[in-house]
Design a protein around this ligand. Sequence first.
Ligand SMILES: [Zn+2]
Length: 97
Amino acid sequence: MKETIKKAQTKRYKHLNKKCFQCQKDILVKYNTGTNEYIKKNDWEYWTENEKNKGKYLCNSCILNLYYEKPKEYLKAVENKKKRRILTTYIYNKTIN
Ligand SMILES: [Zn+2]
């Protein structure tokens, strides 16, 4: 019982509140207690592997907008093919929607 409460608290406090660097919309970056990592789906540095994007978060709508409206920019930004595949999967299975 004690353990359960502790876990719940840890979970709550670990979520991060970020703002989209493009549209300033609030993004809740959830903590995955299974992997002990923050969910990377809005972490722009993670996708682009670009130092310049360190600490930048992109909201779902801006990711979708980039993907559908500016495919050239998207391909240029997300160079890692493996990550591009993962990101595309997220878009198609509506993890990013
Ligand atoms: Zn945005």
